[in-house]
Design a protein around this ligand. Structure first.
Ligand code: GDP
Length: 195
């Protein structure tokens, strides 16, 4: 996809603030620091539209980016902070769960996994939950530039097996640094928009 327009429309704290123009939405989920902001910036060719690294304890928002009047990215708060309070975890769960189960315009979720390591328990729980709700998932394995190409197959297998990846869900190796995988991610998004 050629991105000619990309803007952040709202950082929503409540469902009433979600966009109302009914464009299809692709949500992004991943543990904090996995490279979610970097992926968004790379996909839309912007250095800094998506802020990098939200800090634990910050107000949790779903950030909506409108792309080309064609779709939204819904950037969900990162999961897996070790030290946040129970109350914050509960608030995260309510917000994300409500969005993912109620949102009519949602056509798929990009789940990011760090290619370097086996999926964490949080990664596994998230993926399992999405599949339980019959959500199409595009798994993007990030930071591929940090692994030598010769080791990619081994790490790809580690992600695939760690998640028990469903056969219909694509797994794409990606690097925000080199742009590796960018076109493939856009193609997978295109497939979701056309389904
Ligand atoms: P977020 O918390 O998921 O939004 O993660 P960020 O996009 O802020 O990335 C976290 C850290 O990982 C930052 O220091 C990024 O520069 C780095 N990072 C993200 N993606 C890549 C990548 O593809 N390659 C490399 N080498 N570093 C990356």
């Amino acid at each position: 996809m050629k991105v000619t327009q990309a803007e952040i429309v709202i950082s929503a704290v409540r469902p009433e603030q979600y966009p109302e123009d009914a464009l299809p939405e692709i949500a992004l989920a991943g543990r904090s620091n996995v490279g979610k902001s970097s992926l968004i910036n790379r996909l839309i060719n912007r250095k800094n539209l998506a802020r990098t690294s939200s800090k634990p304890g910050k107000t949790q928002t779903i950030n909506f980016y409108r792309i080309n009047e064609e779709l939204y990215f819904a950037d969900m708060p990162g999961y897996g902070f070790a030290r946040v309070s129970k109350a914050m975890r509960a608030a995260w769960g309510r917000m994300v769960e409500n969005y993912l189960t109620q949102r009519q315009n949602l056509v798929g979720v990009i789940q990011l996994i760090d290619l370097r390591h086996p999926p964490t328990r949080d990664d596994q729980d998230m993926y399992e939950w999405l599949k339980h709700h019959d959500m199409p998932v595009i798994v993007v394995a990030t930071k591929a530039d940090k692994i030598s190409k010769g080791h990619w197959p081994k790490h790809r297998k580690q992600v695939k097996e760690g998640l028990s990846l469903a056969s219909e869900d694509p797994l794409i190796l990606f690097s925000a640094q080199t742009g590796q995988g960018k076109e493939e991610v856009w193609r997978a998004i295109g497939d979701r928009l056309r389904d």
